[in-house]
Design a protein around this ligand. Sequence first.
Ligand code: HEM
Ligand code: HEM
Length: 133
Amino acid sequence: MLGLTALVLVVLRLVLRLRLPTPALPEDLSALQKAGAKGAHVLLYGAMLAMPLSGWAMQSAAGNPVVLPWGTVLPALAPQSLKTYGLLREIHGIVAWLFIALVVAHIAAALHHKLVRRDGVFSSMAGRTSRHQ
Ligand code: HEM
Ligand code: HEM
């Protein structure tokens, strides 16, 4: 249920992200650093979608319907098959580790902005200042 809640939240977040303006990265970041930041954010969104979807599909393949607390049965995302279950279970575990590594690298980058570059990127996420102005 926690994973499915995360799925709903990331879909809402993606809709807002695509509709609302976002602050530009500081001008003095190299093209490589800008590409790195963008690539990492795309991968974070990818992992946030892949985790709950692979979990749900894995349960479908195992033949365990995913039931919401009020009784609604979610549709199966994959046909029932032991082989597919095994594959999705592997994928769910591997993506989980990649996700954790990505989050650690992401927090390290945020701290680099805060402690080394001191360029306001961290504060824009912490909510104290905005780079929109
Ligand atoms: C953001 C969403 C999710 C995250 C971060 C997440 C994370 C994880 C992690 C870290 C594991 C252990 C992996 C391993 O030991 O290799 C796991 C296992 C599992 N997850 Fe998820 N999961 C998510 C969503 C879901 C959803 C939506 C379902 C099902 C509807 C699900 C079902 C399972 C099951 C059945 C296992 C295996 C438990 C076991 O074999 O002991 N997960 N998940
Ligand atoms: C201590 C924890 C964290 C800190 C300090 C942090 C900090 C930041 C900062 C400074 C930015 C850049 C904001 C900007 O450009 O103005 C950012 C963006 C982002 N963070 Fe984090 N973050 C943290 C944890 C996480 C986690 C756990 C996730 C994923 C589950 C995540 C996902 C993202 C994504 C996807 C973006 C890109 C937002 C967008 O442009 O749509 N962050 N974060």
